[in-house]
Design a protein. Structure first.
Length: 240
């Protein structure tokens, strides 16, 4: 990444990730010592907050488990109120590689892009997804691409970055809306960004297998009803 004097926030939402969050924070700060790393502790019941602080992160602790979408929006509030030029979101479970943060930031700095999305499907090596999860990804990306006339391969990707304009555009919309279900949060955000004229770009990333536990965002029950929820979400967004 080209060295620039920009104020960058790396936000890491975390819920019961004490086994990995410290390593993620340490790796990020070792690579980008001038960046601010903030862990949004989403009401964890283990030592997530303590491990994050010990590794060098600032921690914002929510009073109870609110869900991923609220944790992410909390990160947006931090970015907006503290005036960060660029904000990056990575996961606390070790699936996102901190060394790829620069891939998301470069287009914001060099190409005039407002928002970047890390895509597992623009690179040879990608996460070994289940058939159900992969089908959901293909279904959602294809449907959104057709309806919004935009090309996107990995609309459910949670490794993303935003410039200040994108945060200032999206945050007021979120604050005025009702709660957005976690499984469609990134779909909603992509649609909102497109409707509000934000310039987006996908960049290739590698997503590593989760080392501990199971995914909290897409358990089997949610995946099975995902197509109906997605269609309902798209209709609401298009008519809204």
């Amino acid at each position: 990444m080209r060295r620039v004097s920009r104020k960058v926030l790396v936000m890491i939402p975390a819920y019961n990730e004490e086994k990995t969050v410290g390593e993620v924070v340490e790796s990020t700060l070792a690579l980008y010592p001038s960046f601010k790393v903030v862990v949004i502790d989403d009401g964890s019941e283990d030592g997530t907050a303590q491990k994050a602080r010990e590794a060098g992160a600032d921690v914002v602790s929510l009073p109870f488990h609110c869900g991923g979408s609220i944790a992410i929006q909390t990160g947006y509030l931090v970015a907006a109120r503290q005036g960060y030029d660029c904000t990056v979101k990575i996961d606390a479970d070790g699936q996102h590689k901190p060394e790829e943060i620069s891939k998301l930031l470069d287009p914001l700095v060099d190409d005039g892009v407002d928002m970047t999305v890390g895509s597992r499907y623009l690179t040879i090596n990608s996460e070994n997804c289940s058939l159900v999860k992969e089908s959901g990804r293909v279904f959602s990306s294809t449907l959104v691409s057709l309806l919004r006339k935009m090309e996107i391969t990995d609309i459910t990707s949670g490794m993303r970055a935003w410039n200040r304009k994108a945060i200032e555009t999206l945050l007021p919309i979120y604050l005025e809306r009702r709660y957005i279900e976690d499984s469609v949060f990134w779909v909603v955000e992509t649609l909102l960004a497109s409707k509000n004229g934000l310039r987006m770009k996908e960049v290739p990333i590698e997503v590593l297998p989760r080392r501990y536990g199971r995914s909290k965002s897409y358990p089997l029950g949610k995946l099975l009803v995902y197509p109906l929820r997605l269609i309902t979400t798209l209709l609401a967004q298009i008519s809204g």
